[in-house]
Design a protein around this ligand. Structure first.
Ligand SMILES: NC(=O)c1ccc[n+]([C@@H]2O[C@H](COP(=O)([O-])OP(=O)(O)OC[C@H]3O[C@@H](n4cnc5c(N)ncnc54)[C@H](O)[C@@H]3O)[C@@H](O)[C@H]2O)c1
Length: 429
């Protein structure tokens, strides 16, 4: 193994050591995750209205709002965005899906103004990736509960401060990895735990699309209509670039390409169902099929991740062929379990006598990005709202988001440094 490995980075080693310390000093035997589920004094009764502010009101926030407006006892009362066009589109969208609801809507370019409001209880963070951790930490410090989109971190070093802020505030934080709330995926977990497919030693994950995403059409957004400095935040200073502001996912300062955008979802499912924490090593490869000179992050990637338990996970993602779509397959000594966002299927290996089983909830082709059922957004939000009311752990708490993002960061580091990166796992699996 390369001696200049991820595990040898002082940055990473420090936060891990201190993370374990947080768990120890708060007296938990089972690790850091349970630290975040300690009861809080701010339990809201089921009849109390939960008032929600949106920090970063782009496409994802608009999608989630369709579910949020249907949640009994929850009201969207504020929007923050550094782009005036996002605010205008989102306000119009909200008025369409919940007529009358924008009359008293508080609107600002500066998300801190929402955090300062005492009459706002919870926030939805739908900003660009590099803002997820800073906004979550600030929201916890302001005493808000949080639904934050994936990937939770942009830099692995953010994990320590996130856990500290979560533990200190006892905020209920749900990371937007909605597969953790999907019934067919939970059923797959039960089957794996009861040994239906034998010993699982390998997981295959993919997220493939075939989309015309690669033209460099510069959005016509004047600098006067945005807060560019507010968008940059802690990212390196640079001149206003409307293309980057809209397509931030594919630029290293703000996103992490396919690994952080898409792999995080399935690697989180692998972590959850196989009880894994972070990988021990990552060996990645990436290339440009269509986005050369337009994006910084490759548009076709793959990585091989190894885990302490001996499990290996192989992920491949491309935007130039959709054959294998978005799916995860757990491979065991007796058979396999296939899951996408709409279905779960047990597939016995040839000659093996295990019982086949399937749970097909969504209509459409295998490996689609979205299905009509299950409504992952709604059930994940409801899981969070229940956790907020009952002051208990949601299905995707902080540590799950930190671990899933960490796997993606390891994969990216291997890709960018063209070497295998290694890491010492935090806890025995
Ligand atoms: N869970 C899922 O299935 C899923 C699906 C899609 C997107 N996402 C996640 O949602 C997030 C948003 O994605 P999107 O597609 O909506 O992107 P988007 O670019 O459409 O929206 C992001 C918004 O955040 C705003 N923003 C950036 N910095 C800000 C700041 N400092 N203060 C206030 N607003 C700020 C931008 O101006 C933009 O309007 C991403 O992190 C993405 O990974 C998750």
């Amino acid at each position: 193994m390369n001696s200049n490995a991820l595990t040898n980075t002082p940055h990473r080693r420090d936060w891990l050591a201190e993370t374990i310390q947080i768990a120890a000093t708060t007296g938990t035997a089972t690790g850091v995750a349970s630290v975040l589920g300690l009861p809080s004094t701010k339990a809201a009764s089921p009849s109390e209205t939960i008032r929600l502010g949106v920090l970063g009101s782009g496409g994802r926030a608009r999608h989630l709002m369709r579910s949020l407006v249907k949640v009994p006892g929850l009201k969207i009362v504020a929007l923050a965005d550094v782009r005036d066009d996002s605010i205008a589109t989102t306000k119009e969208h909200l008025e369409t899906i919940a007529p009358g609801s924008t009359k008293e809507l508080f609107i600002t370019r500066d998300f801190r103004e929402i955090l300062d409001k005492k009459d706002i209880d919870v926030v939805l963070i739908g900003a660009a990736d590099h803002w997820h951790a800073p906004m979550t930490i600030a929201a916890c410090k302001a005493g808000k509960d949080v639904y934050v989109e994936k990937p939770l971190t942009h830099d692995p070093a953010e994990g320590k401060a996130l856990l500290e802020a979560g533990a200190a505030s006892k905020s209920i934080v749900q990371v937007g990895m909605q597969q953790r709330s999907m019934p067919h995926i939970l059923r797959a977990g039960e089957l794996i735990r009861e040994g239906r497919i034998g010993k699982v030693h390998k997981v295959h994950l993919s997220w493939n699309r075939n989309q015309p995403r690669f033209t460099k059409d510069i959005p016509k957004i004047p600098i006067s209509a945005v807060d560019w400095k507010g968008f940059l935040g802690t990212a390196p200073g640079q001149d206003y670039d409307p293309y980057k502001m809209v397509h931030w996912r594919w630029f290293w300062d703000f996103g992490g390409g396919i690994f952080t955008d898409l792999m995080v979802h399935w690697i989180d499912v692998a972590h959850g169902l196989l009880n894994l924490t972070e990988p021990l090593s990552a060996a990645s490869q990436g290339n440009f099929v269509k986005a050369e000179g337009i994006w910084e992050t490759p548009d076709s990637v793959q990585t091989l991740l190894t885990y302490q338990s001996g499990v290996t996970a192989h992920f491949e993602g491309t935007f130039s062929n959709a054959r294998f779509g978005a799916m995860i397959t757990f491979m065991g000594t007796e058979g396999s379990i296939y899951c996408d966002r709409g279905a779960m299927q047990v597939i016995p290996d040839p000659g093996k006598t295990i019982k086949a089983e399937e749970l097909i909830l969504g209509k459409g082709r295998r490996g689609a990005d979205f299905y009509d059922q299950p409504d992952g957004e709604m059930i994940h939000i409801l899981d969070w709202v229940k956790a907020v009311r009952e002051r208990k752990q949601p299905s995707a708490p902080l540590l799950t988001g930190i671990d899933a993002a960490f796997a993606a960061h390891m994969a990216n580091r291997s890709l960018r440094e063209n070497r295998i990166v290694t890491h010492k796992a935090r806890t025995p699996e």
